[in-house]
Design a protein around this ligand. Structure first.
Ligand code: ADP
Length: 289
């Protein structure tokens, strides 16, 4: 529930009275609302947990770095802050619709442009962020396999072990993990990634313009975003064909897709429990025995 004081605070941030605030469904982590003023609508996420402000600040920075590339849109952030115990993120409201094949094509082209245009000089980012509600380390590395093992796979494997979702014997050593990755990793350029690109994290607006939302950005291998799009589906063949026109597939993409999906499956194992165990275990045995 949004209190009248909080509503007044948001109105002051916007510099205009609020006509109404309506709950929006779909948020996994935070409560989401549509804020109506006399001329515009805004999207408001609120969360009372202890790390919520930090989570929203990194989300804001992620949306802004994507938007600043001018390759693909992200909602414009209006404000991020805390009012009493409530952290919030206020942004442009995107009126969305189901994508047509043509719009999927545009999404594919624009995501490839993001990956091709926005390149860094090492893997990671200038700050840590979150994947879902779990912390994600973005410590910089010059070597992609080392980054992927130390900052992605190992922290999740350790959490799974602490939560008794994987035994110590089921967790490969760092050396095995690095060797397994190096077998299939090509020379990689650090590309700016959305970082959590499942089917719920893009919107197509009413004019057919794609937007990325809810990112977990860092500089990494562009195929990580593709691997996430393929984990739960929701992207059409037009999307992949358009992407490949700009960034063609390289050998061993299927193996890398598995290895990149392993990270997201571990995140799901840690967030949602043992129903993800079999998929995780299968990939660990296939690539890191
Ligand atoms: P959470 O981080 O809690 O999962 P999301 O950022 O994914 O929340 O937002 C929840 C849902 O709200 C999304 O799936 C999407 O449908 C909708 N949504 C997100 N951002 C916007 C926006 N800027 N404008 C309109 N709807 C949005």
């Amino acid at each position: 529930m949004i209190s009248s004081h909080f509503k007044e605070h948001i109105a002051q941030e916007l510099g205009t009275p609020i006509l109404k605030i309506k709950a929006v469904s779909g948020g996994d982590i935070s409560k989401a609302y549509c804020v109506f003023t006399s001329t515009q609508r805004f999207f408001l996420k609120v969360n009372e947990s202890a790390n919520a402000l930090k989570m929203f600040l990194t989300e804001k920075d992620g949306l802004e770095i994507i938007s600043n590339t001018k390759t693909i849109k992200a909602p414009e952030v209006r404000h991020c802050g805390k009012y009493e115990s409530v952290s919030y993120l206020l942004m442009e409201f995107i009126e969305s619709k189901n994508p047509t094949s043509k719009e999927f094509e545009t999404l594919g082209h624009q995501l490839a442009s993001l990956h091709a245009f926005a390149v860094g000089d090492s893997f990671g980012w200038n700050q840590d962020n979150y994947i879902g509600s779990l912390p994600q380390s973005n410590k910089n590395h010059k070597d992609w396999a080392l980054f992927y093992v130390r900052e992605r796979l190992l922290p999740q494997l350790k959490w799974a072990n602490e939560k008794r979702l994987l035994t110590s014997l089921e967790i490969p050593s760092e050396t095995k993990l690095i060797k397994g990755c190096e077998r299939f990793f090509p020379k990689v350029r650090p590309a700016l990634l959305h970082g959590d690109l499942w089917g719920g994290n893009y919107l197509i607006d009413s004019h057919g313009v794609p937007y990325l939302i809810d990112p977990a950005v860092y500089f990494g291998h562009h195929e990580v975003d593709l691997a996430m799009t393929q984990l739960f589906g929701g992207f059409s063949s037009n999307f992949y064909a358009a992407y490949a026109e700009k960034i063609p597939a390289e050998p061993f993409q299927k193996e890398r897709r598995d290895i990149y999906q392993l990270y997201y499956l571990l995140v799901h194992l840690n967030l949602f429990g043992s129903s993800y165990y079999r998929s995780v275990k299968g990939l660990l045995l296939r690539y890191f025995k």
